[in-house]
Design a protein around this ligand. Structure first.
Ligand code: ADP
Ligand code: MG
Length: 722
């Protein structure tokens, strides 16, 4: 009898090789396996007559289907090509007969005897009038008194583990769910009408019906929200820190900074600056976030805060999530600081070792005349060598892209420092509350003067030729073009009859809707796309970047694009993070239906940053009317917050919790169910319970089992980051 903590290799059929394969997927124990949720389900309960294979959905074996057939001939085994054997027999239903073939499975000879009834699941192909064939279908013996389960789990796999194997190992593990200690307090479970954890884990793998699966998903989604909120609460939240350096400057000194700028601050920027000045002048550490749409001018506000800290005799650090962003910040800010007599340096992973040592020493210098006042960098700022002689202010850009662990490291390094976060993602209020709990917010809701609106269009494949011409036109006018493709995942070719885990099993429509689901349209991979585009537009300079490239290569391409040496940049969403190329004037998004609205809004913000008239073209390659309506929002709405609220309701919180290219909990599988759970109410309740629990017991001392599962969720995310 397996327990949750039983190692995976204790299951029968798991030897050293399979153990290694499981470990590769992050599965070490029976518990890990139980949390390795299916990605989809085969709807084997949806039994169809053989003749229906001629219908649109199943035609030519395009999709697998379930049949209930009676065996009518004894299996015959023939030997072909030396060692290969074929086992063949015939079976029938009221609509026709089917020749069924298995390879190298002679032992099945005794399974299929004449008169036996089986549920077969596989691709049915036509072989003449009323005649069909199936090759190596899945099969289960049908017993009148014992109904077969309607849904059969399909798992994410890795090399060396088949779905059948994994299913078998899960079946062996399911008894362990009978003994799981439910870490959720009974009072919360009852208040939210949630099923027990044991039930949820059993039903997610082997659902009795749609309704049970819906109930299980609801419980597990709640758990993910709850653990996520608890984790942020325990790891990221610091009590009010006193003993922070008081940094205040006179209006005259502040004026010196403002006069050094080539423009006047907008009203919203001035208000944010007033917030910052007030916070920095207190010995309670500042904990503030500046939020505002891309291009609204957050950086200069952060720079002003850094200036104040330095003028008050302290040091300031600015951390950006990528090398290119850090470099861009350094290029913008270091000359400005220099004019103001402030010494600064750039520190990234590419900084040569000797240079690094110099910077380390200058940051730690006790003598203020030899000290570096400002450092701008990447996660390299978190490395051990970095110590500040007089820490004053730490700024992070696009904060939510950093893992919680990194946030913690950074605050530890700068014990009493003031903290400032810049975020361009308008985060719906409910989410901001849990993600940034104690952060105060300054909102910049006004664009610098002269900003233009980016005209947005939604088109389909029929516009292809015109799009190419439009790219050329923009480039010939001296502009630059971004083309964004979704990151291509493996196993994209999906069976139309599979029901994804993300489907809504609570709705009555599920069963019908499934069959109507179209296989997803082919995805355009960045590399191949760039090659094809280059072929069609041979005289343009086309290049690509994608998430799997080495950071150095990525930076090289981005830098060339920023310098204007590349005219068309094809990429996956890596450019989503705030790179500034004012000359870019056209943003094309392929498979736009696959992106969250907030992501699209971010992408759109990459253009229209200079004087050129700019456009955003969203290309829809499928997704039906829902996608069309969703994308229509982009054409008519330019307010990031309005878009974010719509996105939260339509797509669930996944995009906000860990945006597309961000590492962390999403990639580690921590949001398998929360991601597609679009019921914001469940999320709000989970967050509410988490806040309440943390108020009473900030370290979860009374809930050791809960604490363990929270730590596990975050540890996995941490592994992905490192
Ligand atoms: P984001 O908020 O997206 O980080 P940035 O700080 O990069 O935006 O600012 C975008 C651009 O706007 C920069 O080129 C910056 O110099 C410019 N900018 C910022 N504030 C103003 C202003 N008040 N007037 C004119 N231009 C400004
Ligand atoms: Mg920015």
């Amino acid at each position: 009898m397996p327990y949750l903590h039983t190692p995976i290799e204790a299951l029968s059929g798991v030897g050293p090789t399979r153990k290694a394969a499981y470990n590769k997927m992050g599965v070490y124990t029976v518990e890990d396996l139980l949390y390795h949720f299916p990605r989809a389900y085969e709807h084997r309960g949806d039994i169809r007559a053989l003749a229906e294979s001629r219908d649109e959905t199943y035609k030519m074996g395009k999709a697998r289907m379930a049949t209930l057939l009676t065996v009518s001939t004894e299996p015959r085994v023939t030997r072909v090509k030396g060692r290969m054997t074929l086992l063949k027999f015939r079976a029938f239903d009221e609509s026709g007969s089917c020749d069924i073939t298995f390879f190298n499975q002679e032992f099945l000879r005794n399974t299929f005897s004449v008169g036996g009834v089986f549920r077969f699941y596989g691709r049915v192909e036509a072989a003449g009038k009323d005649r069909y064939t199936m090759t190596a279908p899945a099969f289960e013996p049908f017993v009148e008194s014992r109904p077969l389960p309607p849904l059969y789990a399909v798992y994410p796999l890795t090399e060396g583990i088949s779905n059948k194997m994994l299913t078998d190992h899960v079946r062996q593990s399911l008894p362990a769910t009978g003994m799981v200690e439910d870490p959720l307090p009974e009072s919360i479970r009852a208040a939210e009408g949630l099923c027990t954890l044991g039930y949820a884990l059993r039903q997610i793998h082997a659902p009795e019906d749609f309704q049970s699966l819906h109930i299980a998903k609801r419980r597990l989604a709640f758990d993910e929200f709850f653990r996520f909120a608890l984790g942020l609460g325990t790891a990221g939240r610091s009590a009010q820190v006193t003993g922070a350096p008081v940094c205040s400057v006179s209006d005259a000194v502040m004026g010196e900074f403002l006069r050094a700028l080539p423009y006047a601050l907008t009203g919203a920027q001035s208000r944010a600056l007033a917030d910052l000045r007030r916070d920095l002048a207190s010995d309670t550490a500042m904990n503030r976030m500046i939020v505002g749409d891309v291009g609204c001018g957050k950086t200069v506000c952060a720079a002003a805060a850094m200036y104040i800290a330095v003028k008050a005799g302290r040091q300031a650090a600015l951390m950006a999530p990528t090398g290119i962003l850090a470099t861009q910040h350094a290029a913008d800010l270091l000359p400005l600081f220099e004019r103001l007599g402030i010494r600064g340096a750039l520190l990234t992973g590419h900084t040569p070792a000797a240079q690094k040592r110099k910077i380390y020493a200058a940051l730690a210098a006790e003598d203020p005349t030899k000290r570096l006042d400002v450092v701008i960098g990447t996660q390299a700022l978190l490395s051990e060598g970095v110590t500040f002689a007089a820490p004053g202010l730490v700024v992070t850009d696009e904060q939510h892209r950093f893992g919680v662990n990194q946030r913690a490291t950074l605050s530890e390094k700068n014990q009493n420092a003031h903290l400032l976060v810049m975020s361009a993602t308008p985060i719906p209020r409910t989410l901001a509350l849990v993600m940034y709990g104690d952060l105060e917010v300054s909102r910049i809701d006004e664009m610098p003067p002269g900003r233009q609106r980016v005209d947005t269009f939604v088109v389909d494949e029929s516009y292809r030729a015109r799009l190419d011409a439009f790219i050329r036109k923009n480039v010939e006018a001296g502009g630059q073009v971004y083309v964004v493709c979704p990151a291509v995942e493996e196993a994209e070719e999906e069976d139309a009859a599979l029901i994804p885990l993300s489907a809504n099993f609570g709705g009555e429509q599920t069963a019908v809707a499934v069959v109507e689901t179209q296989a997803p349209p082919p995805m355009k991979a960045a590399v191949q796309y760039a090659a094809e585009l280059q072929e069609r537009l041979p005289d343009l300079k086309v290049a690509f970047v994608h998430g799997k490239m080495k950071p150095t290569e990525k930076d090289k391409v981005m830098t060339a694009f920023a310098a204007g040496d590349i005219q068309v940049l094809v990429s996956t969403t890596v450019i989503e993070v705030g790179v500034n190329v004012p000359n870019a004037c056209l943003m094309l998004v392929e498979n736009a239906e696959r992106f969250g609205l907030s992501q699209l809004h971010q992408l759109r913000g990459r253009v229209g940053r200079g004087s050129r008239k700019s456009y955003c073209v969203l290309i829809r390659n499928g997704g039906g009317d829902t996608a069309k309506a969703r994308l229509e929002v982009m054409r008519t709405t330019y307010d990031g917050y309005a878009i974010a609220e719509k996105d939260l309701v339509q797509r669930g919180p996944g995009d906000f919790l860990a945006p597309a290219d961000g590492a962390g909990i999403r990639q580690s599988g921590g949001f398998r169910l929360a991601e597609s759970w679009s019921d914001a109410e469940l999320m709000n309740h989970a967050f509410g319970h988490a806040r309440e629990m943390l108020t009473d017991d900030p370290e979860l001392k009374e809930y050791p089992e809960l604490k363990r599962t929270v730590e596990k969720m975050y540890a996995k995310a941490g592994n992905i980051l490192n």
